[in-house]
Design a binder for this molecule. Structure first.
Ligand SMILES: Nc1ncnc2c1ncn2[C@@H]1O[C@H](COP(=O)(O)OP(=O)(O)OP(=O)(O)O)[C@@H](O)[C@H]1O
Length: 310
């Protein structure tokens, strides 16, 4: 097995004059849950469509599970489950019937066990109760669940999921997260795109950040966190005086807010900061050492905020 489940080199897509994806070098480690993160319109869906061979790159290329695409599509695609925008479900068929059609189209599986596969997939996404309902009567969340079930009809080595929690309520979102964790625990590699940082924080081991068509950062999440330097945060009625003390101690990026001063600690021990504040008679109401959250980290990487609320 290759070390990288997905690897692209210079993958690019132009629509007319617009460059939607610009020389993306993806490296998705085998066994990872890779969060493909970026604001709306940053090129995630276009990249995923190229990965799956649904659209042709303008330039560049890639491998899936070590196999060159699209030449090896016929042999590698059966090992891959995908969820991309607009799955072709039939509106007048039920969830079960739709899955039956998709399952029948897969020549690599035994038709005799179709019922078991379909039942298990519907169960995993929590759609058993609505399995007999027509697709056209499904809510957006139910449609999304059915698309996930379709991606998991057979055991997969790699799942590529475009915004898998799109349209789901908070409960559904939690279920999808635990589903992704379970799939990863079973040994699958999962690449999921999202514009929600919380999603990445909670399930992903690795992150790739898209910004205006370019992959601006890619690393294991733990590495990104380790690179994040903690800040000392002082709650006080005299933020300006507190800020002066922080600067004198050598803290950097010192900032003040109403009743608060903060700065990047660097090598300065926190207890020294507290002692210096007390020595300078700054009334300290609270003191904390906080690691930046992912949002701050990514803003610093991309210079742009994310739609964290969804
Ligand atoms: N078929 C197309 N024709 C022209 N432009 C397109 C086409 N598909 C995508 N684009 C453009 O390419 C850019 C990237 O779009 P893409 O859908 O890949 O972004 P995204 O990161 O997936 O965003 P979202 O989270 O909104 O789905 C956008 O500016 C979009 O308008």
């Amino acid at each position: 097995m290759p070390e990288l489940a997905v690897q692209s080199r210079g993958l690019s897509k132009r629509f007319g004059r617009q460059v939607a994806v610009d020389a993306v070098d993806l490296a998705v480690p085998r066994g990872s849950v890779y969060g493909f993160l970026g604001p709306n319109g940053s090129g995630k869906t276009t990249t995923i469509r190229m990965l799956l061979g649904l659209i042709r790159p303008t330039s560049g290329g890639h491998t899936l599970l070590g196999e060159r695409m699209p030449d090896r599509a016929a042999s590698v695609l059966p090992r891959i489950g995908a969820l991309v925008e607009g799955p072709a479900f039939h509106p007048y068929l039920s969830g079960t019937e739709n899955l039956r059609r998709l399952d029948a189209a897969d020549l690599t599986v035994d038709p005799a066990s179709a019922g078991n596969r379909i039942g298990a997939a519907l169960d995993r996404v929590g759609l058993t109760a609505a399995a007999g309902k027509r697709y056209r009567a499904y809510s957006l969340g139910m449609r999304q669940r059915l698309a996930l079930a379709a991606a998991m009809l057979a055991p997969r080595d790699l799942l590529i999921l475009d915004e898998p929690t799109n349209g789901l309520d908070p409960q559904g979102t939690r279920e999808v997260r635990s589903l992704v964790a379970a799939l990863a625990a079973e040994g699958a590699t999962v690449l999921l795109s999202t514009h929600l940082l919380a999603e990445v924080e909670q399930v992903c081991t690795d992150v790739g950040v898209m910004h205006q068509g370019r992959l601006v950062a890619q690393a294991p999440l733990a590495e990104l966190r380790a690179a994040a330097t903690p800040r000392a945060q002082v709650t006080t009625d005299r933020p300006v005086e507190a800020a002066r003390v922080l600067r004198e101690l050598g803290l950097t990026d010192v900032a003040t807010a109403t009743r608060e001063a903060s700065g990047i600690l660097g090598p300065v021990p926190p207890e020294k900061v507290v002692a210096a504040l007390v020595h300078a008679a700054v009334p300290v109401r609270g003191f904390a050492v906080v690691a930046p959250d992912l949002e701050e980290l990514f803003v610093s990487l991309t210079g742009e905020g994310f739609d964290v609320s969804g």
